[in-house]
Design a protein around this ligand. Sequence first.
Ligand code: PEP
Ligand code: MN
Length: 340
Amino acid sequence: MIVVMQPGHTRAERDSVARHIEEAGLRTNIMEGVERTVIGVIGDSHTKEILRESLETLPGVENVVRILQPYKLVNREFHGGKDSIVWVRDVAIGGSRVVVMAGPCTVETRAQTMQTARAVKSAGAQILRGGAFKPRTSPYSFQGLEEDGLKILAEARAETGMPLVTEAMDSHQLELVLEYADMIQIGARNMQNYPLLREAGRSGRPVLLKRGPSATIEELLLAAEYIMAEDNPNVVLCERGIRTFENYTRYTLDITAVPVLKSLSHLPVIVDPCHGPGKSRLVIPMARAGVAAGADGLLVEVHPEPDHALCDGPHLLTLDAFATLMQDLDGIALAVGRRV
Ligand code: PEP
Ligand code: MN
């Protein structure tokens, strides 16, 4: 439920509305917009229903609106209809610039990571990605360099100045990731790992939440709600492909999810054009499509020698291909009123 305040209401009126709500045992979330201020009401539905009528009669209140969707804090209506911006150190995700996060799928060696980080930085990437803990389908595949990988990533961050995003799959890994990274990646397979979502929420650190391969849009939004319910508003949603009957590609990249998520939620939405298509020649067209559809950013995997990669070789972009993609994006971003 949200309480929409009248234009020109006083501070005292707003405080009295908030007090009224809190005295009933509910929580408030005040959002001051340019045009109007709304007060989000969080808590038990029955109590909210009882409170509804009395709230409508308080001075300064324009109206009280029920939010019918099960997700509240991530709901666009709950945020006064405006986009939120998530800051990862000095990089704003969700503003006028399309933010490209790029780097190795997996940290394999120091040399491979440093070379990739320098190349993506000079091509225009703003955030460095890279995996030290890898969710692999087979337990016999390379699982990542763990803390040694995080140290290499931190070195690449120090040299290039790009903030770092990296994945944690459980709470022990999360503790380590928090020592090194600026943003926590919750991978597709863990989108519904609720204790992990809560912990990432409690950390207060920005979270990149990837859509589960079989998750609906509503399930993704409810997963984001777990993080926000821990008072962490810094969530970025990522479409990365879902399981369908199509088997030419690994997953079907659901580009439609971008405008749908942007209409339902105020959170920034980015696209991973790599893991769905699963083939490098399809990554560039899908990256372009993501930006054209209104994504706030991209997450791209790059490798100096994809043929020799330890993970995801078939879809990795070479350093040159990545630089070409970055040039292509300028025109596309411009066409949809953004810049890269
Ligand atoms: C990744 O981005 O490194 C990754 C493992 O992707 P996903 O969780 O989408 O499979
Ligand atoms: Mn990968």
